[in-house]
Design a protein around this ligand. Structure first.
Ligand code: GAL
Length: 366
């Protein structure tokens, strides 16, 4: 008799322990297996219960709203944060480091619960992280990594893979020849990752002597006018004869193509871009641009909003991935980019509603 009682008692204790252990909540995001767990220290009372003054407030310090994508990031991040019962204050610095620091100081002095930053300058933004931490505010690096700073979380796309996708697409079409590389802004850590990805693919072909990179320049401040000047310089230095162009994003690709139009070679030379801007999608179906790299911004904005609000609520975020920013191993979430060309533009950018079919084709035949 005794043995049975003690066995069933042990069983009961075991079941009770199981129940207690399952208290830790897993962020059910199949799109993103990278977030291991979110420790829910203080379960969230429903929204109505949160008095106004206690509402979570996120500060979002953006570099610029110049490129089409950043307008999307701004609006999607705002609506994602608000749908989680929190609020967000957004400031954009138009590529001015001093202004970005000032704006971040303003957000910190307003007592935001968490600061999300798209740094203009990966190094210069480190001072903002210090100021935020002194005020007890954690920092999430959005899309671009802040270097040499103690940031708490980094959410972006796999930016090295972006470069690889560009070079894989173009080397399939131009396995031999003279290449032009129009880089991004060297103040932006992403520009270095894109370039690293491109040369991961090109270098073996360069070593074999099949490919020669005849021009390779950064584009100051990502300004399309600087990309235009770069492309003109590349054409002048090579007698107008090049075989392929890889530009770090669509805005720079667009102006490189403008220089190629003026040189009468647009459409004849494969060109890679990034960001799946509408103008780029239109160029791809027209044939003056070969491909772009599509980064589903809604996924990035929603993921960053979810993690920002969770962290602002004091929840601990653990990720399976870490990225070294020169100072710390930063817990990171890196989403997958997608290569888009004329053949798959319908099932990617258009299927996702990123752009409307009629906008892309502008009445042109498919
Ligand atoms: C990069 C970003 C790209 C691009 C660029 C220019 O950091 O990842 O999508 O548009 O900035 O703002």
């Amino acid at each position: 008799m005794d043995i049975w009682i003690s066995k069933s008692l042990t069983m009961l204790v075991a079941i009770a322990l199981l129940f207690i252990a399952s208290g830790c909540e897993k962020l059910d995001n199949p799109l993103n297996p990278e977030v291991d767990s979110v420790q829910n220290n203080n379960p969230l009372p429903d929204e109505e219960a949160i008095p106004q003054e206690e509402k979570i407030k996120i500060g979002f310090s953006m570099d610029t709203l110049e490129e089409e994508r950043w307008l999307r990031d701004r609006d999607l991040f705002k609506s994602a944060v608000e749908s989680l019962g929190a609020e967000v204050e957004i400031l954009a610095a138009n590529g001015d480091d001093a202004l970005q620091v000032l704006q971040a100081e303003t957000l910190i002095s307003q007592g935001v619960d968490l600061l999300v930053i798209v740094p203009h300058n990966a190094e210069a933004a480190a001072t903002i992280v210090k100021k935020a931490h002194l005020a007890g505010i954690k920092v999430l690096s959005y899309d671009r990594l802040i270097k040499n700073a103690d940031i708490d979380l980094y959410v972006s796309f796999d930016n090295e893979r972006v470069g690889e996708l560009q070079a894989e697409s173009i080397t399939k079409l131009v396995p031999k020849g003279k290449y032009v590389y129009i880089g991004g802004a060297d103040t932006d850590n992403n520009a270095h990752l894109f370039k690293k990805g491109v040369f991961n693919i090109l270098q073996p072909l360069i070593d074999k002597g099949d490919i020669k990179v005849v021009y390779d320049q950064w584009t100051k401040n990502w300004l399309p006018s600087n990309a235009y000047a770069n492309m003109q310089e590349a054409l002048n230095a090579n007698g107008g004869k090049v075989d392929a162009v890889i530009a770090a994003n669509d805005a720079t690709a667009g102006m490189a193509i403008q220089a190629m139009i003026e040189a009468g070679i647009a459409g004849a030379i494969p060109v890679a871009g990034q960001d799946a801007e509408l103008a780029a999608a239109q160029r791809i179906v027209e044939g003056t641009q070969t491909m772009t790299v599509y980064k589903p911004i809604p996924t990035l904005a929603e993921e960053a909003a979810k993690l920002a609000v969770a962290m602002a609520r004091g929840e601990y975020i653990d990720t399976s991935r870490k990225v070294n920013n020169g100072k710390v191993e930063v817990p990171s979430v890196l989403l997958s980019p997608i290569a888009v060309n004329k053949l798959n533009i319908e099932e990617t950018v258009i299927a996702d509603g990123f752009h409307l079919e009629e906008e892309v084709y502008q009445g042109n035949n498919r």
